[in-house]
Design a protein around this ligand. Structure first.
Ligand code: HEM
Length: 511
């Protein structure tokens, strides 16, 4: 079919309606990228907008939501285009795993995992990830560890006796504590004074430092125009720190996976049998340790920061809008959910966790709506990428107008831009309307915080469950008010979206 519009490339620079200053700051400060996306979303009339995050790697931002859905659902666009710093981290991680096992590293371009893998490896690993993250038994099993870790965090805050808490920092740590339990069935004791996990000899302080170091390095180097090999040769101080952080993650993963495997092999699993590493080891004997570790690392990478920040943004928005005081509906829902949550040490241990899971998932419409609105304004995966397969000469997209895209065209999709476009959400698209999603029976097409189609997020259901459990638990056991130093919610684009400011709160303890 003949398209009535030619490739968007010829109009490349013409359509950038940015001042030079913005354009230059684009190269210099990756954290400004999302402001720019917003500007483009509302001020450019083009369906595709050329983006030069990396001057050697042009991408097209797909702006029109009518084009985003067909592209993301098309197999032609099921590959993701990667980032050199992430390729380097995978490379280092796999190399360290191999060296720890005394195996000479065999390194390929496609390093495994899910998020940045392509081709057959991606297909197989995604199927595994999708199955385990949505396994009802795993979801049911995760309720107790999430609640107990949150309890430990609250206990630690109480003990610290601070007047004002930077609660975002506590929640970041909480995310890692939960990962320890859910991925490896081990208690990292992040919130205990004696922070060692003696049994497995894991230093949890060092572990959470390694996760932070890795995320910070990704943030800093994400848009740098160097190939992955550059980081193997030129070691800045931060890259050296990254190297030892990745080594520590590989070492910790190896110790913990070996423990889980030993327990399974000796038929000695206790309450850890539903953790992710156990489920994968038991159900996928065809995977070797390195392949299992790459999937687990991916789940940590894609799941930890996103979920922790979802809790932080949502809490910030709730406090900013004074919803805990002003919304009777929210108060009622918190009360109803508090009635079914166990209080450890007081409630009978024989809890029906399936019932808790189902009630939290299906019967908390107010918090669901607030979380969706939080995801609309602050989608943690604020931009994601695609690259076309090479098997068509020109790819035709049929939208309002038809387009030809050249083979290997890199596309960028931004849930941040689609979530704030005035066309889709009205003139007040920037304002927080907590009950917006209660009124919409069907979610608007422009709401895509988990992506769409064949590469959409596999952990969304779990992420929402974890966020709800943490928030309900906090509201059940604490009275949280914002401190006078609280600043309106705002974001920075790191690899994922983070809050721009700390969230300073005062806490009263209900029990
Ligand atoms: C709760 C907040 C979360 C948000 C907002 C979020 C968002 C996203 C987005 C936007 C993508 C890209 C989708 C696309 O390319 O179409 C993605 C992919 C992915 N997410 Fe999430 N995510 C969240 C939580 C999680 C969790 C908890 C996990 C797992 C533990 C997870 C695992 C993944 C994986 C493995 C992918 C890559 C899928 C693929 O490439 O096939 N995510 N996520």
């Amino acid at each position: 079919m003949k398209a009535n519009k030619t490739s968007p490339f010829p109009g490349f620079f013409k359509s950038i309606s940015l001042s030079m200053k913005q354009f230059i700051s684009f190269f210099m400060k990756p954290e400004d990228v999302h402001k720019l996306l917003l500007n483009l979303a509302n001020n450019s009339s083009d369906d595709f907008v050329p983006i030069l995050i990396n001057p050697f790697d042009p991408m097209l931002l797909v702006k029109d939501i009518g084009l985003i859905h067909p592209i993301l659902k098309d197999v032609e666009y099921q590959n993701r285009s990667g980032f050199p710093i992430i390729d380097y981290i995978y490379f280092l991680f796999i190399k360290n795993l191999n060296l720890l096992k005394g195996i000479q590293p065999k390194l390929s371009k496609n390093m495994g995992g899910i998020t940045f893998a392509n081709g057959e490896d991606w297909k197989r690993n995604r199927k595994i990830g999708l199955r385990v993250m949505n396994d009802p038994q795993f979801l049911e099993y995760s309720v107790k560890p999430i609640l107990t870790s949150t309890d430990e965090m609250i206990e630690a805050m109480k003990k610290s006796n601070e007047e004002v808490y930077k609660i975002n920092q506590y929640i970041g740590q909480l995310g890692i504590d939960v990962v320890g339990k859910l991925v490896f069935g081990t208690n990292l004791n992040i919130f205990k004074e004696d922070r060692e996990n003696k049994e497995e000899n894991i230093n949890s302080k060092k572990l959470s430092h390694s996760v932070r170091t890795m995320l910070d390095a990704i943030q800093k180097y994400l848009y740098r125009p160097f190939p992955a090999g550059f980081y193997s040769l030129f070691k800045s101080k931060q890259i050296k720190e990254l190297d030892s952080a990745v080594y520590n993650l590989a070492l910790t993963g190896t110790i913990l996976l070996d423990k889980v495997k030993n327990e399974i092999d000796r038929n000695n699993m206790t309450d850890t049998q539903e953790c992710l590493s156990a489920i994968i080891y038991k159900n996928y004997p065809e995977l070797d340790d390195t392949e299992i570790q790459a999937i687990l690392m991916d789940l940590l990478g894609a799941g930890h920061d996103t979920t922790a920040n979802l809790v932080v943004f949502t809490l910030s928005l709730i406090l900013e809008a004074n919803l805990l005081d002003s919304s009777e509906e929210l108060q009622k829902e918190i009360k109803a959910i508090s009635n079914i949550l166990p209080v450890y040490g007081e409630t009978e241990e024989n809890m029906n966790y399936r019932n808790i899971l189902e009630t939290i998932e299906k019967n908390s419409p107010i918090l669901s709506s607030i979380l969706n609105e939080s995801l609309r304004l602050y989608p943690l995966g604020a931009v994601f990428s695609r690259i076309s397969l090479n098997n068509k000469k020109n790819y035709t997209i049929k939208g309002k107008k038809n387009y030809y895209l050249k083979p290997k065209t890199k596309l960028l999709i931004s849930p941040y831009a689609t979530g704030r476009s005035n066309n889709d959400w009205g003139e007040n698209s920037d304002s927080f309307e907590p009950f917006r999603f209660l009124e919409n029976e069907k979610k608007p097409e422009a709401f895509i915080p988990f992506g769409v189609g064949k590469r959409s997020c596999i952990g969304g259901r779990f992420g929402i469950l974890e966020a709800k459990l943490i928030l309900f638990r906090l509201f059940q056991l604490c009275t949280i008010t914002k401190d006078t130093s609280f600043q309106p919610t705002d974001s920075l684009l790191a690899f994922t979206l983070r809050t721009k400011h700390d969230i300073p709160v005062r806490i009263g303890y209900n029990q």
